[in-house]
Structure formats: C-alpha cells, structure tokens
Design a protein around this ligand. Structure first.
Ligand code: SF4
Length: 213
C-alpha cells in the first residue's frame, strides 16, 4: 500500500476524512491555548493518535470478553494480544484492570459479531518494533501450520469483505501497487499474488495490521 493518508503531508492518519478533525484540534490548540502553530499541530496529532488507540483498546477489550464468553479461545487470544499492545502505547501496564477511559468507550463499541476476531484500523499504531516483530514471525510460522490444516479441510483462506475493518488495504502484506500480496500462504491459496478483488473489499486469514507512524 503506497497510499497512506496523511495530514499536512507528514502526519499519518487512518482515513483522509479525519483531516478536518485534526485541523479543528490544531486550531483550538493555537487560538485557545496560545500554542505556536507547529506545536499546535504536533499536539493535535498526538491527541488524535491516542484517541484512535483508545478506540482500538476498547474494541479489542470488548472482543476479548465476548469471544471468551462464547468459548472462542483463539479469537479471544488474538483480541487480547492487540488489546495489550494498545494499552502499552497509552502507558497503561495493568491489562487486568482497564483504564476508565477505555471502559467508557467499551459502552459505545459496536457489538456486531464481536465474538469473531476483527482488527481495528488503529492497530496500525500499536504494532511492536522490529525486534518483537521477528519473534512474532516465528509465532506466525507455527500458526501457518494450523491454517494449512484448515485449508486442507476446505476452509477458504480469503474472501470478499465489506469496506472498512480488516482488509488488504490496511494489511502489512499488501504490495505498494495496492493490487497484489506478498504473503506466501495467500499466494499458494490464490494461485498467484494478484488480489482477486479491490484492496478495500478483500481480506484473508493472514491479515496483519500495517504499521504506520
Ligand atoms: S495477507 Fe491477506 S489480507 Fe493481507 S494483503 Fe494478502 S490477501 Fe490481503
């Protein structure tokens, strides 16, 4: 994916439509809090990023609880990993007791199919640095064996999805052309690297959030 949305050409944002929100935040910082413009912009982006991560934490916390409640342990674990990463980003180390600001957001987190794992756009802000990622890749190899078994049993690795949420468009395996995928397992499943549908309408089991700054 080479089309990461940015605000002012330098601040990564999750959706181009969020730019207006950033402008509003920067204007408040500049005019009401009397900050120099560059500081007003930096703080606006920092606060925006934190807000998005709080939403991701609430999404994964609710997903973890719901998945656990219906006995979907693997889904609960996936949500749990992303929940912990989000908390780490906001400096909250106690994963057993979520901060109040996360619990508040859980109340308004959509519950539709929340027992199934679904990534959050802001996961892109919370992924571990390269060294941890290497460990994660090892874990992924063992997960690949499981997926291969499911695959042999007729499970479809990839499918068309509704726009929004997890999709090739926000997956770290998508190539810069936005039309093909670098993931080996997907290529085997698909018979090639070319995505069978537009990047915002397709996803597969190998989805992994794209990291942005
Ligand atoms: S790994 Fe799956 S979700 Fe990611 S780009 Fe490839 S096909 Fe899309």
């Amino acid at each position: 994916m080479g089309d990461q949305a940015t605000w002012l050409g330098k601040y990564p944002i999750l959706d181009a439509t969020h730019a207006d929100d950033l402008e509003m935040r920067a204007a408040i910082n500049e005019h009401h809090h009397h900050m120099p413009r560059h500081e007003a912009e930096e703080k606006a982006h920092k606060d925006y990023r934190r807000d998005q991560i709080l939403d991701a934490a609430a999404h994964h916390y609710a997903g973890m609880i719901a998945s656990h409640a219906v006995g979907k342990r693997d889904e609960a674990t996936k949500h749990g990993v992303q929940y912990a990463l989000a908390l780490k980003q906001i400096g909250h180390g106690d994963i057993v007791n979520p901060p109040e600001e996360v619990l508040e957001r859980v109340k308004t987190t959509p519950s539709d199919k929340i027992g199934n794992f679904k990534g959050h756009d802001a996961d892109a802000y919370t992924q571990p640095p390269e060294t941890d990622k290497e460990k994660e890749q090892k874990l992924k190899k063992s997960e690949t064996a499981t997926i291969a078994v499911e695959h042999a049993a007729g499970h479809k690795l990839g499918m068309r999805v509704l726009k929004g949420g997890s999709m090739c468009g926000n997956c770290s395996y998508a190539n810069d052309d936005g039309k093909s995928c670098s993931n080996d397992l997907f290529q085997k499943f698909n018979g090639g690297s070319e995505l069978p549908a537009p990047a915002d309408e397709y996803c597969c089991d190998e989805w992994h959030p794209k990291v942005i700054g």
